[in-house]
Every structure is written in C-alpha cells, then in structure tokens.
Design a protein around this ligand. Sequence first.
Ligand SMILES: Nc1nc2c(ncn2[C@@H]2O[C@H](COP(=O)(O)OP(=O)(O)OP(=O)(O)O)[C@@H](O)[C@H]2O)c(=O)[nH]1
Length: 282
Amino acid sequence: MATIQWYPGHMAKARRQVTEALTKVDIIYEIVDARVPESSRNPLLDEIGQGKKRLLVLNKADLANPAATQGFIEYYQAQGLPAVAIDAQHTKGIQRIIAETHTVLADYIDRQKTKGVRNVLLRAMCVGVPNVGKSTILNRLAGRNIAQTGNTPGVTRAQQWIKTGEDISLLDTPGILWPKFEDPLVGKKLALTGGIKDTLFHADDVALFALETLVAQVPDEVKHLYRVTDADLQQDLPDLLMTMTARLGFKDDYDRTSWVIINDVRKGKLGRFTWDAVPQHA
Ligand SMILES: Nc1nc2c(ncn2[C@@H]2O[C@H](COP(=O)(O)OP(=O)(O)OP(=O)(O)O)[C@@H](O)[C@H]2O)c(=O)[nH]1
C-alpha cells in the first residue's frame, strides 16, 4: 500500500485506533523490517501496549543479513521480548509465529483450561509502521487474501475477526503506526528500505548513505553493476556517484543513478544487508 505523509491529526487518529484495537487482543504481533529492526519500531507501542503480551516479528528476513538477524533475535530475547524472523513474501516462518504465540500465551491458555474452557481462542493483531509487511503476514496467517478496504472517508466498517485455521483469530485490519522522523539517519534507512514515501526524501542522500556500506562490503558487486573500477572506488562518494552516472550513460542525471542504486538495494541485488547495528548486550 502507498505510504502516506503523517500529520499530527493522522498520528492522533492512529494512536486512538491502535489503542482501542489493542483492548480486544491477547497478543500483539509487532511487525518490523528485519533490515532495520530498530529503525522500523515505533516506541509508542511500549506505551500503549503496556501489559499486553507481545511477539516481535522481524519480517523480510530474506533481504536482511542472516547473522545480524540472529543477533537481533538474541538481543530482543535477552530483553525478555520474544522475537521471530520470517519471510512472509515466500511464506517462510509463518509457523514460527503460531508456535511462539502458544509459548508466549502458555499461562493464559492454562488459566482458561483450568476455568473449563475447552477450545481456547487466542486473539491477535498485527501492528507496525507502513510497508513492513503487515497485510502480507495477515494473508499468510489467514491462508487467503483478506481484502483491505483502506481509509475511505465516510466509510466506517466494523473490524472483523479472521480465523487462521489454528486456534488464533486475527483482527482483519492491521494497526498502522507512523515511522520515526526525528533522526535523519533513521530517515535514510527507512527511505532505503521503502518505509517512507519516495517523494519525501532526496534520492542522492539515500543513495550516498547506501553506497558507503556497499563500497566497503561488496566492492565487486558495485564495480560490476555500476561499471566502475577499483580506482573509481577510491573517490569521495559524491564523485563516485558522478562517475557512475557517466558510466551508466545517464549524463548529469545523478537522481536517476541514485534511484537505480536504491531500487537495486531494495530488491536485494547487491546482497542481504541489515542497516541497523545489532545493539551490544551484556
Ligand atoms: N522480500 C520480501 N518482501 C515482502 C515481505 N513481506 C512483504 N513484502 C513486500 O513488502 C511490501 C509491503 O507489504 P505489505 O504487506 O503491503 O505491508 P504493510 O505493512 O501492510 O504496508 P502498509 O499497508 O503500507 O502499512 C509488498 O510489496 C510486499 O510484497 C517479505 O518477507 N520479504
């Protein structure tokens, strides 16, 4: 779905909607992008999700660095926050969400059984910033495509529970929170991974940010894809971007080169990268 620009009114509305929806569920699936697990979290969830069980889902793990993903999972688990890595696009790891839900809610399930409830139903909802894959996960858990009606003005629609084929029911409308804006570095990472509307940032800023890592980590791929040499890679990054633009035959159109780089990174053409550093933990 297209990412929108967030204004205070949107944010207040999103906060209200998510807070309200959370009262109905037993567990929150906090969906983040495995390439930027920290940058794609919204700290508001810590506030409005207090007291609710939570499972952190690092989606798009197919595009992230596997060692970093493992590092993040261990980091979150060490903090008492259960976390799983999945690739919803290719339906990988969905069972992990289901298994982990049972682990996280084990006490609740036991209590319900003690009360005599025979078929305990677990209620869940997906929450996260735009474009992290909430709808894809919902569809995979449901085993079919759930129509999304979006925010049509004047149209209010009751939220529905979606059966997953397991003992889990999901709210059919994911909770959308806004991305972090304050830190420019976080902004670049979100832009690079598709979490911020493309018209809201300068492509060259984001491409230069990406290039720094790409030149350091995958120089051969950079040389091959953008027709530059080892000597070219010694240049300052803005000069390198100019050289690439010339080699690609784009004249002075640095923006075009920048978009090629951004799109290549988004598609994983240069490899699997995680743009957030795994936090150190004791
Ligand atoms: N490579 C990859 N792409 C994914 C994965 N999950 C989702 N996508 C893609 O990411 C894009 C966004 O997915 P959505 O499910 O629409 O994300 P969303 O969080 O519901 O987005 P909003 O509606 O904007 O809040 C789509 O192009 C998906 O195909 C994944 O695990 N791996």
